[in-house]
Design a protein around this ligand. Structure first.
Ligand code: TRP
Length: 464
């Protein structure tokens, strides 16, 4: 059945370009901006270990499920699910996963582009020497001044969206592959330069302690839930991005080992980003627990106080922007591939329309930091709400259903063929991992999201 649905579709030139593209999708703001500060806030080493086990136990099986389904369907996630459901005699409503993913992709891209726009602005600010010798309050003023100006935010948001559309519109080979061929190696080189820079800044040992000192006492059920959410987001799971990328994967590639390489690359970048950022923070006697402001306040401040700070600051925000753009393009792939195959539309036109749609939606996020700060629904601003619904509800729901479908609904023969496992143990392990363990873990996250009190009760019970 592997090729039953393949027409004249584009394919990744080879397995390694797929690895680069998938790693490009996975490595993004989630690794460089989010991971370092949540690892620091949640117990360092204990968190890192829990996070890595979530990647292995939940992330890897779900990513394998997405790629397996994408490659068997050889179509956009919506069509692939429709066809696989039909061929497997499962309910046609499974295609809902595809629609849910398209919607989640729109929502995430709309705010992702706004935040990535901040990084673009910061390349410019660093390069023009805007951070040289600034004070802590100076760095904060720059950030809050920027956030309070909707026109500035809108400008950088628009610029990022234009870049995204330009790449996406050119298709898999000319657009996506060219982008990752250049950006991913550059990203690794920049990261290594910054790691070396951090290493000789004098704060490296402190940074290592901060991220890897095992503080078991700060671990709660909440830690697990945060780690799981992060594992999901950082691996780009739950909305069909990997399914769409998987639909261009050659039949000869081994799914299991490919996914493990992608997960390792992603985890490496997350840890390396922490080891690049924190030494500089410590060497300058700054506060590591800044939270979300770490990258836009503490980091510029730290670079501003160092020799060659403007140069390395520019490189740093360039790195963040590359990482963000190769993630953003994957957020559009489920929708774009669907519209292209359904209406036989030109890819570039579809890309422009989708970009425009997400750009308009993003204006809500832009305004959430200034004019609409006080406009809240359920106690959340527009941005918080979009972020919360997409990340905490739509992604886990999508991921859980994808794994369940890939374990129980499609024929065993297809699993065996796609994963290259043997009947018996191989197949059983798959069913236990993807069909049981991973969905169960996600279900726990879900319960916590919808009924936060549930785990509160367990925590209190544990503590007597
Ligand atoms: N993984 C990216 C990051 O870490 C974000 C991302 C890209 C994503 N595509 C996705 C998240 C699809 C969820 C689903 O920044």
């Amino acid at each position: 059945m592997a090729n039953a649905f393949s027409g004249k579709r584009e394919m990744w030139s080879n397995r390694w370009l797929f690895v680069l593209a998938a790693a490009g999708s996975a490595v993004g703001l989630g690794n460089i901006w989010k991971f370092p500060y949540i690892a620091g806030e949640n117990g360092g080493a204990a968190f890192v270990l829990i996070y890595l086990s979530c990647i292995a136990l939940v992330g890897v099986p779900i990513m394998m499920s997405e790629i397996l389904l994408g490659r068997s369907g050889r179509a956009s996630p919506i069509t692939a699910m429709q066809k696989l459901a039909e061929a497997s005699k499962a309910s046609k409503y499974w295609a809902f996963i595809g629609w849910l993913g398209v919607l989640a992709g729109f929502l995430i891209l709309s705010y992702y582009a706004v935040i990535a726009g901040w990084a673009l602005n910061y390349i410019w600010l660093s390069a023009s020497g805007g951070f040289a010798n600034i004070s802590a309050s100076g760095a904060e003023d720059i950030f809050s001044g920027f956030l309070s100006s909707p026109w500035q935010l809108l400008f950088w948001h628009s610029l990022f969206m234009v870049f995204t559309v330009l790449i996406v519109g050119r298709g898999i080979g000319k657009g996506l592959e060219t982008a990752v061929r250049w950006f991913m190696p550059l990203l690794f080189i920049l990261l290594i330069i910054l790691l070396i820079y951090g290493f000789q800044s004098g704060g490296f040992q402190q940074a290592v302690n901060f991220m890897f000192d095992f503080k078991i006492e700060v671990v709660t059920t909440e830690t697990w839930l945060i780690a799981m959410g992060q594992a999901f987001f950082t691996l780009s799971l739950g909305m069909g991005a990997m399914m769409a990328y998987g639909s261009y994967v050659p039949d000869s590639a081994n799914i299991g080992s490919t996914v493990i390489i992608i997960a390792l690359l992603d985890s490496f970048v997350a840890v390396a980003a922490g080891l690049a950022i924190f030494p500089i923070v410590f060497a300058n006697g700054l506060e590591p627990g800044q939270g979300p402001g770490l990258m836009f306040v503490t980091v510029p401040l730290a670079f501003g106080q160092m020799s060659f700070g403007s140069l390395f600051g520019t490189l740093f925000f360039l790195l963040v922007s590359f990482a963000a753009i190769t993630s953003a393009i994957s957020l559009t792939e489920p929708a774009i591939s669907y519209l292209v195959e359904k209406y036989n539309a030109r890819r570039s036109r579809v890309a422009v329309s989708l970009g425009l749609f997400c750009w308009v939606l993003g204006i809500g996020t832009v305004l959430s930091f200034n004019h609409w700060v006080d406009l809240t629904l359920f106690g959340r601003t527009f941005f918080d709400l979009v972020d919360y619904v997409s990340q905490n509800i739509m992604l886990p729901l999508g991921g859980m259903l994808i794994a369940l479908f890939a374990a129980w609904r499609i024929p065993d023969a297809l699993i065996i063929e796609q994963l290259g496992v043997k009947e018996g143990y191989g197949l059983y392990s798959w069913k236990i991992l993807a069909g049981f363990l991973a969905p169960l873990c996600v279900a726990l996250v879900f319960i916590n999201t919808l009924f936060p009190d549930f785990f509160e009760v367990i925590n209190r019970f544990q503590q007597g």
